[in-house]
Design a protein around this ligand. Structure first.
Ligand code: PMP
Length: 430
């Protein structure tokens, strides 16, 4: 069933560390060989062995309207004939900036970069340069890309800051990264009290998607806003996953909470390598060449990436019904999964919001990283493979969110629910 993928993975491992260009693709936490893809259309992926899958990864978020969305493909084809890069400004960059500013609340200016990592890394530098402070707070289990400052996690606990550094991330860098459990305002208050006037920013995934899907508890984001206002700290919403997904204006619009800086990735590039950070003019004008906080990129604002992102965002802007339909699809799936797992007597939690969801096998509510880590990963592994065998491609980890695409049909959702029923039965009996 996977013979070509197996051969390719063998070859890949000789040439690419771990056989993949981004770690989670390697199926490390679920075991087995990653499936090598050949093509995709709408909600369906086709691998090199000719297997078909219904896709709940969607390139980890960007393919909100499904794969090979025709207007995006056509726009890329047309623009590729004009040149794949100029390294000089184009009108297209103004058009996409105008579009983003019109869709997202509380921002006047946007700087395009090439990934979510770059967006978060640059927003952090801006927050530090703007406030003249070095430290920042991030949450356990939130992911903001692979820049050194973000590769720090603390053990659970409020008072004790257990910074574990990734080899290569220096202790000096790690010391400026303070961590608190997600959804835990008292922990944040304590960090602020312990480091008066030293904290430049609080960066948060407004809906966490990197430890499964964990929505903010009521009052959490509001509380962060208040703490930031009271202490001269910038609130940075990392909307790399949630931007243009939860609503046209992202989490700021959905929750009605203002962020001082926002970072984007994934959907903003329509599947091309794009990220962006944005905010009010007063802060953004500190970025070079308007200001002294340096940030640059040879391929930033690349025309092919810009037209792909522009075409996708324009579709989302003009068709707000898409968000309602995404949510309906998600609800239908969640209900079906609950029924399937419930009927099999499997204890589980399904967190969901908008078009994001995740399934954890545990009786405890998943509100933070500690809770997510406590779920039954062994059962998830077996469920994952049983679903894959039945043609459903789920994220290969409990620490990832599933994404719903607009291309999913009722038939696809019913297929998935039926697969879940059969998969959980097979797993139980194995
Ligand atoms: N922030 C969040 C919330 C993310 O989910 C990710 C990627 N999964 C990133 C930042 C980093 O983005 P990229 O992989 O494009 O560098």
């Amino acid at each position: 069933m996977y013979s070509r993928s197996n051969v390719l993975f063998e070859r890949a491992q000789q040439l690419i560390p771990g056989g993949v260009n981004s770690p989670v693709r390697a199926f490390k936490s679920v075991g087995g060989t990653p499936v090598f893809m050949r093509s995709a259309q709408g909600a369906h992926l086709f691998d090199v062995d000719g297997n078909r899958y219904i896709d709940y990864i969607n390139s980890w978020g960007p393919m909100i309207l499904g794969h090979a969305y025709e207007p995006v493909v056509k726009a890329i084809q047309e623009y590729a004939t004009y040149s794949t890069s100029f390294g000089a400004p184009t009108e297209l960059e103004i058009k996409i900036a105008e579009l983003i500013v019109s869709m997202v609340p509380n921002i006047d200016m946007v700087r395009m970069v090439n990934s979510g990592t770059e967006a978060c890394m640059s927003a952090l530098r801006l927050a530090r340069g703007y406030t003249g402070r070095n430290k920042f707070i991030k949450f356990e289990g939130n992911y903001h890309g692979h820049a050194d400052a973000f590769l720090v996690s603390a053990g659970s606990g409020v008072a004790t800051l257990e910074i574990q550094s990734v080899p290569g991330v220096t202790q000096t860098v790690a010391e400026d990264t303070l961590t608190a459990p997600y959804n835990n305002l008292p922990a944040v208050e304590q960090l602020i009290a312990a480091h008066p006037e030293q904290i430049a920013a609080i960066i948060v995934e407004p809906v966490a998607g990197n430890m499964g899907c964990i929505p903010p508890q009521p009052g959490f984001l509001e509380g962060l806003r208040q703490l930031c206002d009271a202490n001269g700290i910038l609130l940075v919403f990392d909307e790399v996953m949630t931007g243009f997904r939860l609503a046209r204006g992202g989490a700021q619009e959905l929750f009605g909470i203002r962020a001082d800086l926002v970072t984007f990735g994934k959907i903003i590039g329509g599947g091309m390598p794009v990220g962006a950070f944005a905010g009010p003019k007063e802060i953004m004008e500190h970025i070079a060449p308007a200001g002294k906080i340096y940030q640059a990129g040879t391929l930033s604002g690349n025309p092919i990436a810009m037209i792909a992102g522009y075409t996708l965002l324009k579709t989302l802007q003009e068709n707000p019904v898409i968000y309602q339909q995404l949510e309906e699809k998600k609800d239908y799936l969640v209900n079906g999964l609950r029924e399937a797992l419930g009927a099999a007597g499997i204890i589980h939690q399904i967190n969901h919001l908008g078009s994001m969801l995740s399934v954890h096998f545990t009786e405890y509510p998943i509100i933070d990283f500690t809770a997510a880590s406590g779920a039954n990963n062994e059962l998830f592994k077996r469920f994952f493979h049983a679903m894959l065998e039945r043609g459903v491609y789920l994220p290969p980890s409990t620490f990832e969110s599933w994404f719903i695409s607009h291309a999913l049909t009722r038939g696809d959702l019913d297929f998935t629910i039926a697969a879940a029923k059969a998969a959980i039965k097979a797993v139980k009996n194995s």
